[in-house]
Ligand binder design. Sequence first.
Ligand SMILES: *Cc1c(COP(=O)(O)O)cnc(C)c1O
Length: 223
Amino acid sequence: MSEVAENTRKILNQLPENVTLVAVSKLKPATLLKEVYDSGHKIFGENYVQEMVEKAEILPKDIAWNFIGHLQSNKVKYIAPFVSLIHSVDSFKLLKEINKQALKNQRIIPCLLQIHIAQEDTKTGMNEEELSEILKSNELKDLKNIDLRGLMGMSTFTDDMSVVRAEFKSLKNIFEKHKIEFQKAGFEHFTEISMGMSGDWKIAIEEGSTMVRIGSSIFGSRG
Ligand SMILES: *Cc1c(COP(=O)(O)O)cnc(C)c1O
């Protein structure tokens, strides 16, 4: 088995059954993704629109492409035909654009709302107030071509795992607080919490993560 396939397998073996692995393949060549794919794992995460489109063109069609990077409204149209889950919806405006492009493609696109939980203000995401505003909005029910599946968050880049754990706890709290409202608003599958990367996924799972986004522990460092 290839090294990247081996790394994937080792992580999968440690995940509880209810946790999904998103293999984060940004900046890595399609040949490496194919090695992971051939070992049986078909869920990949990408950060850049053009890169994801190019890889999707040449790799097998049954890959579940997860978009996890910052997404500009004017680029949604390029990924709308095939994206399987967008983790990084950070504004109502973006959500409306995804709905519009999903409709054009006669699809329903699953989305997560990205919440700002880190101390750094470089990490994007909405605050809880913006989340509540989306829930209260009369427009939400008109968005028939998106399916809100849950929340996503990124912790502060720090060695202090108590900070990271507290941030994951805060995301879990926000999720639990609003879950029922989303489900009542028609999003029955509002069940996912996407949190945890190579350095902190074990903590994330302890704090309730259902999706971990792991890059360097599978594909090696990007630097
Ligand atoms: C790059 C990236 C990851 C994966 O990071 P690693 O530390 O390499 O596991 C996860 N989530 C997002 C949003 C990323 O940009």
